[in-house]
Design a protein around this ligand. Sequence first.
Ligand code: KG4
Ligand code: ZN
Length: 393
Amino acid sequence: MILLAIETSCDETAVSIVKRARGKNVRFEVLSHKVLSQIDIHKEYGGVFPALAKREHARVLTQLIAECLEEADLLVERTNEFHLPNATRKKLDTMLEREPEMLRAMKVLFEGIQKPGIDAIAVTSGPGLEPALWVGINGAMAISHVWNIPLYPINHMEGHIVASTLNLNEGIYEMPEIELPVCALLISGGHTEIVKMNKWRSYKVIGKTRDDAVGEAFDKAARMLGLPYPGGPEISRLAELARKESLVVNEDLRLPRPMLHSGDLSFSCSGLKTAVLTRVKKYEPLEENIKKMLALEFENSIADVLVAKVKQAMYETRSKTLIVGGGVSANSHIRFVLKDLADKEGFNLYLPDKSLSTDNGLMIAAAGLLHLACQDKPKVKIKAGGSWSIEDC
Ligand code: KG4
Ligand code: ZN
């Protein structure tokens, strides 16, 4: 069983091809795994520009799929001349009407190679930037139609959860047996959520942000400090320097811990963002040490709130396991404080391998295998759901 996965929800075009291994359902070997980041394109805008993201995905996706097929040893060029039947061409013209460049590239691919040995396709269908999501979805629907391969829509946040559980042993990724109920802390550029699971593929959001997501707050705070996009790793780098140098934060640079004592599982980052801005204005132009102190305070504030909310969620749901997913789970300090909490409270903790923290295709492939294991039905028509909740996936 070989599965092709496509992810285009934000600013990474990612494709993975995996082969299911013997034994457990979500147990696989990676045949190919490629991520093309658009960071350099969006950097000058200080954040992701949806129309540009869409254009770039459409420009590179077909080529990336072809490269992955080749790496997976699944690309066999035709020796004879072959033309798609007229009906198929017409169908493709409608399907890829909005991506003319991709339409041309896909026709060349379909006419130039033999049908590869792919048994299923998984594609991110939301949440994310709709124009960007559509590129992946339309590409996946076109492949599914022309080569007659079943297609599975995947929720991006579910992908993050599944990816965080994966163990890698002798070249095989495997989702272990996990003690239920489970809480998942999802911290990314678009989401801050705590999700409860009593069983796999059944998710309940029990806490979320009222405004900005944690990753978004990192990116915005970084911008205020004059740091490049994406800001998360930059803030983290400065905060680490501040810790190494044992910088003591000036009293008037201290930042609030929003919603720390709200009593519920809600988050809010907009007040924290404003607090950074007022301090930046006061100290402009910012000296390097002031930047480091603000980065440290910012990261500590986020970490304090995450720890408090997770602790409460684990207690209220009597969960035995915490899974942490999303780009911000790459943050070393947040990883450290969550490990510390897990040790103290005695729960199991799953953190993603750092290489799988930010968006990639493997997370969608792994979630796709989970759908197959749960005998989900494939879909012919998929829509992009910019704010598709994990509860409805
Ligand atoms: O999951 P992801 O790759 O994309 C979304 O689904 O949104 O998450 C991207 C977010 C960005 O906001 C980025 O700044 C943040 O993850 N991020 C980090 C770190 N690495 C990435 N935030 C804090 N510390 C990091 N080391
Ligand atoms: Zn993500």
